[in-house]
Design a protein around this ligand. Sequence first.
Ligand SMILES: [Zn+2]
Length: 323
Amino acid sequence: MSFKDIKGQERPVHLLQEYIRLGCLTGSYLFTGEEGIGKMLTAKTLAKVLNCEAGPGDSCDACPSCLKIEIGEHPDVQIIDGLGSDGCVGAAEPALYAAGQVKIEQIRQMQRHISLRPYEGKRKVFIIDNAHTLTQDAGNALLKILEEPPAASLIILISAKSAMLLKTIVSRCKSIKFFPLKRSALEEILKNDFRLEEGRAHFLAYFSEGRLGRAIRLKDSDILKEKNSAIDGFAAAEDKARARTSLNALAAWFRDIYILKAGAPCSELINLDRKEELSRHRDNYTFADLDAIFNSISTALFYLERNANVKLLMSNLKASLQR
Ligand SMILES: [Zn+2]
């Protein structure tokens, strides 16, 4: 991936390219915004661009430096993550770095690395993913680094929950906000760049709430089939997770009937793949019926979260929908 391939984040990418062009990409950055919209992708690409052997402005994705960063084996580019595997430390010492938080040991290791000259690249890049999981000690240690970051280094913090970060850390970083895509834009990308057929692209764009990363993860799954069996066979859901999926799918189904009755165009449907069926159902329900159905579904969701008997709950709901 190079900057030109990052979809839907033109603004942050353009900003970073401008900083590079003007020679003022220094210090520390904080990438914020929801999960799955391209923050890590942009951070990794930035690391490539800064170290690429080909030329300024974008990464070539083919030189040894770009290739090493892509597979996480560049000695000057390190990814630190409290939630999972990381390219810095932790993977080799699982006992020391339990998942869930960015620990002081990880930041100390970073501190040692950052003061050394780049090993083979031009710029050392440290990416701290899920930065809101820094422990108090780790946060304080990081703060010291952020106060005087070495010139040949760049620190990028990534967080979907930046409100949880220490204010002192936030104030040391330049914040760059990432936004989810508009549904229609995501649908176009899924159709044009990932060659998804219309119904699938349409549903995924809705279901992913503008998050391209999430859509890509789901695009090869049997999402339409799963969605439809959650609607059609909702009463058969036997465990809590399935029941929750089914209830949400069912709510989306009746929401579609509701908005069809209200005269909205078909393009607004979540279940566009079943628009004929939805149109047939439109006249079977009054608005009052649909209100009652929404009530039943949200009541079922309420009791589900309070660990009611799933089978009983779903069969009661079925009975109330058939009334
Ligand atoms: Zn390159």
